[in-house]
Design a protein around this ligand. Structure first.
Ligand code: SAH
Ligand code: SF4
Ligand code: F3S
Length: 471
């Protein structure tokens, strides 16, 4: 048996994190061994992102850094996969193979053939490139089988939380966004395959499942919509061994596809957690229109009102994009007003980055870089204050936390709540230390930075089912 090791570096969003697990499974099944140590790997695979220019530059820089391994290891391979692989193809320098998001099942074959040619001639060949017209590909083209191989990995290699992709690609073509071009058209996955994957993960002891899609609430397969899929997941998980997966989360929801049915599902599904990620992007109707988002500020605010009315303790997070073409000072002020009004628990905030191929690429007028930076800073300052106040509300409360591991600093542990908030807690108590994957109760004492910090009260509590759902 050969003993070739690989290491995967993931950039970008959760889709890439999920895909990296798929790649790891495919390679493992073909005799390659995953290593957490980049320095020891024979093959380093970079799963890349193209959403902003900066994301591409970082990845390209890293490819350059990785070249140093070539001197020491003559058979060392660098693979670039994911969205930037699809976007830039064989113009990427310094890679041995470049494979877009639809080609992962061919990876073992590709790597094998590169090793063969490497051994048969000393001439360095060009990178093997496999990108495709993703628009027409089906879900089954990406995976060799309906249920991806992550479920066949040994339970010990699985994290307590797992992503499960319910669809790939995106059809929305928001004018600034490259995702539909690099990930292709939206394809929903058969619900039976999704449920099967979740059931298998549940039987392996996974504690939290996050359903993934670029626009997850657009899911539709054979008449089953996303709310129904959530409820089916909730029902199914009550039946599996030990009723084992307590928490179901999902991301990202698109405001234009919101529905009362989805709100009701979050409210009524026992295991469905009180968290929604609903990117607003801008608080200006003019800008939203140019972005092609398909909703107005008023409509967005109406959903926020409805969501909070049904589920008062829900955490709402968002994405905001500033400095988009044509965004006036007044438009930007409107965004600030809206974030003050909604008071998001957390926001990912970005300054607009031009992406070739997108509709917005040639739009005018351009907001100068200096103003983009200023606006982003202003926005971050205001939202940070709100996030801080939101986190402060947790001081004095007792939170149920799923333990995810050791905190980077000191002897603390960290975990997440149903509202998807990260909590750090002191583990120097008399209680036997909880392990990754345990549920614990933590009394929140203070904030350290923005992070609620607390003291461990008890271990292995019965995970909470939603309390409000009987109303
Ligand atoms: N599917 C999700 C977002 C995916 S991309 C949605 O529709 O909300 C994640 C975030 O990156 C987006 O929400 C947006 O805020 C940001 N983004 C996308 N394209 C961008 C660009 N060209 N420049 C800067 N940020 C961008
Ligand atoms: Fe991009 Fe819009 Fe699709 Fe989100 S919904 S991935 S922002 S095109
Ligand atoms: Fe980036 Fe691709 Fe995700 S472009 S944000 S990694 S879908």
């Amino acid at each position: 048996m050969r003993n070739i090791t690989f290491h995967i570096i993931s950039y970008g969003c959760q889709m890439n994190v999920y895909d990296s697990r798929i790649i790891a499974s495919i390679l493992s099944e073909n005799g390659y061994k995953e290593t957490a140590d980049e320095n020891k790997a024979d093959i380093v695979i970079m799963n890349t992102c193209s959403v902003r220019e900066h994301a591409e530059q970082r990845a390209i820089g890293r490819i350059g850094d990785l070249q140093k391994f070539r001197e020491k290891k003559p058979n060392f391979l660098i693979g670039v996969v994911g969205c930037m692989a699809q976007n830039l193809g064989n113009s990427i320098k310094g890679a041995d193979f470049v494979v877009g998001p639809s080609g992962y099942r061919k990876l073992p074959e590709i790597i094998e053939s590169i090793f063969k040619t490497k051994n048969s001639s000393s001439k360095k060949s060009n990178a093997y490139t496999l990108t495709s017209n993703t628009s027409l590909e089906l879900y089954s083209d990406i995976f060799p089988e309906p249920v991806p191989a992550q479920v066949r990995m040994p339970a010990s290699t699985l994290h307590p939380t797992a992503f499960v992709s319910v669809m790939r690609g995106c059809n929305n073509f928001c004018s600034y966004c490259i995702v539909p071009y690099v990930r292709g058209r939206a394809r929903s996955r058969p619900s039976s395959d999704i449920l099967k994957e979740i059931e298998l993960l549940a039987n392996k002891g996974v504690k939290e499942i996050t359903l993934l899609g670029q626009s997850v609430n657009e899911y539709s397969y054979n008449g089953i919509n996303f709310s129904q899929l959530l409820m089916l997941t909730d029902e199914m998980l009550k039946q599996v061994q030990h009723d084992s997966v307590p928490w179901i989360k999902f991301t990202t929801s698109h405001p234009k596809d919101m529905s009362q049915e989805l709100i009701d599902a979050i409210r009524d599904g026992e295991k469905i957690c009180e968290w929604i990620h609903l990117p607003i992007q801008s608080g200006s109707n003019e800008v939203l229109k140019k972005m092609g988002r398909g909703y107005t500020k008023e409509k967005y605010l109406d959903w926020i009102y409805k969501i909070r009315k049904s589920i008062p303790n829900i955490a709402i997070t968002t994405d905001i994009l500033v400095g988009f073409h044509g965004e006036s000072d007044k438009n930007f002020q409107e965004t600030l007003e809206v974030i003050k009004e909604v008071r998001f628990d957390f926001a990912y905030m970005f300054k607009y980055s031009e992406r070739p191929r997108t509709k917005a690429y040639t739009m005018k007028p351009i907001v100068p870089e200096k103003i983009r930076i200023e606006r982003l800073e202003k926005l971050i300052n205001i939202q940070n204050e709100i996030s801080y106040e939101k986190s402060s509300e947790l001081i004095g409360t007792t939170q149920e936390v799923l333990v995810l591991g050791k905190s980077k600093k000191g002897n603390s542990l960290y975990g997440k709540t149903r509202q998807n908030k990260t909590i750090v807690f002191d583990s120097s108590s008399k209680i036997t230390l909880p392990l990754q994957g345990d549920f614990v109760e933590v009394k929140i004492k203070e904030l350290r930075g923005w992070t609620p910090y607390g003291k461990l009260l008890s271990k292995k509590i019965e995970p909470q089912r939603t309390q409000r759902k009987t109303s």
